[in-house]
Design a protein around this ligand. Structure first.
Ligand SMILES: Nc1ncnc2c1ncn2[C@@H]1O[C@H](COP(=O)(O)OP(=O)(O)OP(=O)(O)O)[C@@H](O)[C@H]1O
Length: 978
């Protein structure tokens, strides 16, 4: 086994091209069965291989080479072809032919070239990073130059091993580097194989780590190589192409974006190994066996020998220096079940690790009885097979460990990536150099080499930073580019970009607000907090621009977003247009409607805008009247649920749509407001206040959109999700709010006793209590969960004298309204509810909340629930009851912080963006090959700035054609599509 794997690596590392030529030649001559050719192939292959296996003492390979006769000969050719990575000799011949054809094509192209001109323009040829070779040093006349060029060209193509690089030197001194993956292996196929054998002994090995200089002189950017089919990879068999394509690796880019999972350090750490230590060691497989213990139990044991350097022991002070020794790691994996303990299965498992394989092992070790032997039951073992393995071993570079994908072995992926890297040139990067300088990033060519073949860990980190930057940059660029495309004139585009960059500068002072808006402001029983005020100023500035606003208003629970949105609606209404306020539930719609109506009570009859409520439960007759009012312009503002975006709901002049709890709506739903266009002439009245500068034109306009979110999404996540939206955050809470006292307790008998006592004290003290349950009815499948309806009677019994209400999603909407308004008015003092109250419910004097089976909810969700109390001036409490002690630590995070953004970040780190946002939202999260939103937020901000900068320099990217191509070649951007 060692013999064949070592032979394989020997074949790969050095003699690919010439061996392939010999085999190809011999295979095609096979039918003639000429003794001479058989002798020659034996000579060519034999002398080198014999030399090698004598040195290594591999008798099995020697036997292989001693085969004789025709059948053995074809066996030999097949075997060596397979060892070289081809399917068989036939496959090798086909691939050689394909290469020859493309090389011949290249030669014929060069034959058509005007030699006098080309010899003047391209005086030298450059291979790899070797110094350029002057082509015509001694030749003066043209015929002579032509002969020299074609001879040199043929030789260079053949010798370049698929990695030909030609430097064209222009008379002005600039260079153009070009690289071709073509080889001309068989250009001289008719030459005698003895000649070829000679080549074998002289062939220079391909240096995997050889890197052409990053050339700032490159005059073109050739990023197109990234989108070439992987069929241009040199030295890959058709079987390998098929495997890679089946695994989804169709292009060079796809392959290069398969990043290492980690890097193996091929220098085992110095120091003694302790029992229980987590180790990461590089070693060689000594044995691998599958052992059946009984009919339903078996195990796999792989023994790996690792050479480590132990420091000199203290009692041995006479010796200086450290001691090299080999330790044995016994990796054990157990299998239970008849199928997995069959000897066949165990043999298959053990065959995956062959004696002599170089591997990288990580895991926690346990000392075994024998000295120097350790056991690992949970471990990771990665093979270190692949091109460049030997060089990285020699120079101790970090060795990339690739995750397998679609059943493809990491070794094949690593090998193909190495081949793909050879095709790259320094001009592959379309990123403008000033962006690279400003954000301290390596060029893309260096980044790909750095991530796949790093010289050290720092280089890998630097490369990773650039690749993460790209993930975010193209996402931001795509979204901003689309946003600009939707805007008409250049002036508008520039204004929009200016806004994106300087949003804090764009506000309208209170004095300049419309009279109706100011009236509502004066009608409030409180003053706005600084960030509420700033948010309104910002939004009103937006409302006066010709470009439709697309803004996300974010704020922690209970920070007072609703009033900000109401003021924005009033500004629009007072300029003679209509406003729509859409919420996800009827309960919330009714609540908002009643709230606004109570605020407008102070308005005189004439100045009071006409407001309507439209939900699914509005009677048919009433909704017909409301729809008619919206169509004729009689109604200035409507608050409602999904009915607002129904086709049959038409507006005369809808100028703003507010979407509360926007994450609860699908994108298509949110976007449907955009189809409700308006023109300036459709204004309800002429009473213009100077707002809305765009209203002079007759063109149709989409309404402004103000989306609100009470789930504090970390800014980075918001930027990734809503890259094209302006963001306003309300960062302070209304004054007088007392911090909510939060407790996380185990929901055992003791815990319940304590909690019910606290609840009784609160009720005696005049408070109101929410009891939140994870489910409505008891479930057989989830017996540990408490249910709202099931416990209703027992709570009533326990707290006699304190009326109880029930609220859950299966109730009719009038029943829900009634339950909530009874609680609000104080008719009921205890409300048993499910999570329906999570969003928007506002009962300012509710003072206590108890959440059952709290571990069933996410942290952000619990924070939302907790926000239902503490909305007034009364001191409030929130208690989270955990079903088991093990779930308590997670809930304790909420005891420590009441900051929604902090908690959302904690949730993001704990559960990742997908879980934080829920299924519906996370479906819109773009996929990033390397970036992780939860930790790479800083780079996202930089990428956002870079995208703005690029678009400011060239709105349509005409100055950056490379970026435009790259943008279109990346995954189609899913702009929050449903
Ligand atoms: N500046 C303020 N001063 C005092 N009270 C305020 C202020 N702003 C809003 N409020 C009150 O705070 C309570 C919560 O406001 P609102 O319902 O708008 O919060 P919200 O941000 O929508 O919260 P949620 O996300 O929980 O729905 C309301 O009773 C509101 O009247």
């Amino acid at each position: 086994m060692i013999a064949s794997s070592s032979l394989q690596s020997w074949l790969k590392c050095g003699s690919d091209n010439n061996l392939a030529r010999v085999i190809s030649l011999e295979f095609r001559r096979g039918r003639s069965k000429r003794l001479g050719s058989k002798m020659r192939v034996r000579n060519a292959l034999g002398s080198r291989l014999f030399q090698w296996c004598s040195r290594e003492n591999h008798t099995s390979v020697r036997k292989l080479l001693e085969l004789d006769g025709t059948s053995e000969r074809s066996k030999l050719l097949n075997k060596v072809s397979v060892l070289m990575g081809y399917s068989n000799a036939q496959d090798l011949v086909e691939q050689q032919r394909a290469r020859r054809e493309s090389a011949t094509e290249l030669i014929s192209v060069f034959k058509e070239i005007d030699f006098p001109e080309i010899s003047a323009k391209f005086p030298c040829i450059k291979i790899g990073d070797a110094s350029p070779i002057e082509l015509y040093e001694d030749s003066t006349d043209m015929k002579c130059k032509e002969a020299v060029l074609s001879k040199n060209l043929t030789n260079f193509i053949r010798d370049s091993g698929g990695n030909l690089e030609i430097a064209y030197e222009f008379p002005n001194g600039s260079h153009l580097l070009s690289q071709t993956p073509t080889t001309a292996d068989d250009i001289s196929i008719s030459e005698e194989s003895s000649l070829i054998a000679e080549h074998i002994s002289q062939e220079p090995s391909v240096d995997m780590q050889a890197r052409p200089e990053s050339s700032s002189d490159a005059v073109t950017s050739d990023s197109s190589i990234l989108d070439k089919s992987i069929r241009c990879l040199p030295g890959t068999t058709s079987r390998q192409y098929r495997q890679l394509e089946d695994g989804g690796f169709h292009t060079v880019r796809k392959l290069l974006q398969h990043f290492p999972r980690t890097y193996a350090d091929l220098q085992n750490p110095q120091g003694s190994i302790e029992d229980g230590q987590y180790i990461m060691l590089f070693g060689t497989v000594i044995s691998s066996r599958g052992i059946k213990v009984k009919s339903t139990l078996g195990f796999l044991e792989v023994v790996v020998g690792c050479s480590i350097v132990e420091p000199e022991s203290s009692d041995n002070s006479s010796h200086s220096g450290a001691e090299q020794k080999t330790i044995h790691l016994h990796l054990k994996k157990f299998f239970s079940g008849t199928r997995f303990s069959s000897q066949y299965f165990l043999n298959c498992m053990s065959a995956k690790h062959k004696e002599g394989d170089l591997v990288y092992v990580s895991g926690k070790i346990k000392k075994a009885l024998a000295n120097g032997h350790y056991e690992l039951k949970e471990y990771t073992i990665d093979g270190l097979e692949g091109e460049g393995e030997q060089s990285s071993m020699l120079d101790r570079k970090p060795h990339p460990i690739y995750p397998s994908k679609a059943g493809l072995k990491p070794s094949l992926l690593g090998l193909s990536i190495s081949r793909a890297l050879k095709l790259l040139t320094p001009d592959v990067d379309p990123m403008p150099p000033d962006v690279l300088t400003e954000f301290n990033l390596p060029n893309l060519f260096d980044a790909y080499l750095g991530i796949h073949k790093p010289k050290d860990r720092d280089e890998a980190d630097f490369a990773r930073r650039r690749l993460i930057f790209d993930d975010f940059f193209y996402l931001q660029l795509g979204r901003l580019f689309q946003m600009l495309e939707a805007v008409g004139t250049r002036v508008e585009k520039e204004e929009l970009l200016y806004k994106c960059k300087n949003h804090e500068l764009n506000t309208v002072a209170v004095d300049d607000w419309s009279p109706v808006t100011k009236k509502l402001l004066n009608a409030l029983p409180y003053s706005l907090t600084p960030s509420q005020l700033n948010a309104v100023k910002e939004i009103i500035w937006d409302l006066r621009r010709p470009v439709p606003m697309n803004r996300l208003l974010q704020g922690d629970v209970g920070c007072g977003k609703t009033i900000v949105a109401f003021l924005a609606c009033m500004e629009v209404v007072s300029s003679g247009f209509q406003a729509a306020f859409m919420v996800p539930t009827e309960v919330l719609a009714v609540q908002h409607y009643e709230h606004l109506m109570s605020l407008l009570e102070k308005f005189d009859g004439d100045a009071k805008p006409n407001i309507a409520l439209l939900t699914g439960s509005t009677s048919t007759r009433e909704s017909r009247i409301i729809r008619n009012g919206l169509k004729t312009g009689e109604i200035a503002m409507v608050i409602g649920t999904h009915s607002l975006i129904a086709d049959k709901t038409d507006f005369l002049a809808l100028r703003i749509s507010v979407i509360d709890e926007q994450q609860r709506f699908g994108v298509v739903q949110r976007g449907r407001f955009n189809s409700k266009l308006y023109t300036s002439s459709s204004k309800l009245s002429d009473e213009s206040t100077g707002a809305d500068e765009a209203s002079d034109s007759e063109t149709f306009m989409a309404p402004h959109v103000l989306a609100m979110s009470a789930t504090p999404i970390p800014r980075t996540l918001a930027l990734a999700l809503y890259g094209d939206m302006s963001l306003t955050q309300i960062t302070d809470l209304p004054p007088g709010r007392q911090p909510i006292e939060t407790l996380a307790l185990e929901g055992n008998d003791e815990g319940f006793k304590t909690v019910f006592q606290m609840m009784r004290d609160e009720l005696i003290d005049g408070g109101k209590v929410y009891l939140v349950y994870p489910i409505i009815d008891e479930s057989e499948h989830l017996p540990q969960l408490r249910a709202a309806t099931t416990e209703f009677d027992s709570i009533k019994q326990k707290f006699k004298g304190y009326p109880c209400g029930l609220l859950h999603g299966r109730m009719r909407s009038d029943e829900k309204d009634e339950a909530l308004s009874s609680f609000r008015s104080g008719e009921t003092r205890i409300l048993l509810s499910t999570q329906v109250i999570e969003i928007g419910v506002d009962v300012p004097d509710a003072s206590m909340m108890i959440v059952m089976n709290a571990e069933r909810f996410g942290i952000a969700q619990l924070h939302q629930l907790r926000g239902r109390v503490g909305r007034g001036e009364r001191k409030s409490r929130c208690i989270f009851l955990a079903s088991t002690p093990s779930t308590l630590p997670r809930l304790k995070v909420l005891e420590k912080s009441a900051d929604g953004f902090y908690l959302a970040n904690a949730d993001l780190l704990l559960r990742g963006p997908g879980n934080l946002l829920g299924k519906k939202q996370s479906g819109h999260l773009p996929e990033f090959p390397i970036a992780r939103l939860e930790i790479d937020g800083g780079i996202l901000q930089e990428a956002h700035h870079a995208a703005l900068k690029v678009l400011a320099a060239s709105n349509d990217l005409s100055l950056y054609p490379g970026l435009k191509v790259e943008l279109s070649m990346r995954q189609p951007l899913c702009i929050l599509g449903d």
